[in-house]
Design a binder for this molecule. Structure first.
Ligand SMILES: [Zn+2]
Ligand SMILES: [Zn+2]
Length: 366
């Protein structure tokens, strides 16, 4: 039997359930989990805030492990065979169809209606398709990446889902050399957005976030000016940002907060004709008041949304970790580790903001 932490229904505590060890179909693989991430989305799944979630659900959409079994011919994107013993991660997004209007015409596969996501839109009735489990069933067609030799599993999970999401957001934002970037939010997405913006060669990066531990992490990732959300008013933050930008506002702002109120504030901190990218509103927290004339039309701004990631974002995130982890040390973002029985505490550590990054480790350390 395989033990997996399972959300039985919305707003119910996570419980560890046992499932039969699956037989592999041709082209599938079985992953022995080393680490699986606990992110804000998992908290929202437990609270029942995502529409159409299939409960019971095994959460965990960002996972690193060791291939235990491989059935048939399973290869990575470069055609190299994947074998038992390989240390890998995989793209949680599965079954984008490659033949629908969004896949083919819009070339926006993150909006493909066939798209399924491990730990989010695949439920426990579909199989062992979440990472908070001793084993994860990697269906045929799941995109698996073997980790480079000197990239530690802990580093990869320290980046977690936030890193490729931030990569997508930074690219959508077209950060140019010498620009000033504002990152709103210092959770995992915001922290990686700071790091990746730094790689783009900005003049200055400003971060707004809380609590203090996360602001220290923001500074370590490359933020030049950190504004404490808990210790400043909206007016004080506005004064600080205008002061740092010759009174104009920032060139680019990336929202990674999860709070709708961040949007009007961020638009006010952006210069005229700047770019505003919204990546932090993955869950529906309701509407917010904007003045479209003042904050959008007259300001002549470019507003962009970012939904999810595709394989390219994860692939390049792994390469960037191999190349730049000496500088950013993603594994240091992990502040809390739990076994499967600690899943409720893990969720609480994320909800309270106490954890920068919490991870589930289903097996005892070896
Ligand atoms: Zn996530
Ligand atoms: Zn499609």
């Amino acid at each position: 039997m395989v033990r997996a932490a399972t959300i039985p229904a919305p707003k119910r505590p996570v419980e560890v359930r046992e499932y039969p060890r699956p037989d592999l179909e041709d082209g599938a693989a079985l992953l022995r989990t080393l680490f699986s991430e606990v992110c804000g989305t998992d908290l929202h799944l437990q609270q029942g805030l995502l529409a159409e979630t299939p409960y019971p659900l095994i959460p965990g959409h960002s996972t690193v492990g060791i291939l235990e079994e491989v059935r048939g011919d399973v290869r990575d994107v470069q055609g190299r065979p994947l074998n038992p013993g390989d240390v890998v991660t995989f793209l949680d997004v599965h079954a984008t169809c490659g033949r629908c209007w969004f896949c083919l015409v819009a070339k926006a596969s993150t909006r493909c209606p066939e798209r399924k996501v491990y730990g989010i839109t695949y439920g426990a009735d579909d199989g062992l398709l979440g990472g908070w489990s001793e084993y994860v069933y990697l269906k045929p067609g799941v995109r698996i990446i073997r980790l480079p030799e000197f990239l530690a599993p802990r580093t990869v999970i320290g980046g977690g889902c936030g890193l490729p999401t931030a990569l997508h957001a930074v690219e959508r934002s077209d950060v140019l050399l010498g620009q000033t970037v504002l990152v709103q939010g210092t959770g995992p997405v915001g922290l990686s957005a700071i790091a990746l913006s730094r790689l783009r060669g900005p003049y200055r990066i400003i971060a707004i976030g809380a609590p203090r531990g996360r602001l220290e992490a923001a500074r370590a990732m490359g933020a030049d000016l950190c504004l404490d959300l808990d210790a400043t008013t909206v007016a004080e933050r506005r004064a600080a940002v205008l002061n740092a930008t010759d009174g104009r506002g920032v060139d680019v702002a990336i929202e990674a907060t999860g709070d709708p109120l961040a949007i009007p504030e961020g638009l006010d901190l952006l210069r005229d004709n700047g770019t505003y990218t919204v990546v932090g509103q993955y869950t529906d927290h309701g509407p917010v008041e904007l003045n479209p004339h003042v904050q959008i039309n007259k300001k002549h701004v470019d507003i962009r949304g970012v939904w999810g990631i595709d394989y390219s974002h994860l692939h390049r995130a792994v390469l960037l970790q191999e190349r730049y982890n000496d500088r950013f040390r993603w594994e240091k973002l992990i502040t809390h580790e739990f076994d499967l029985d600690g899943a409720n505490e893990a969720i609480e550590s994320v909800r309270s903001g106490e954890a920068i990054k919490a991870v589930i480790r289903p097996w005892p350390a070896e």
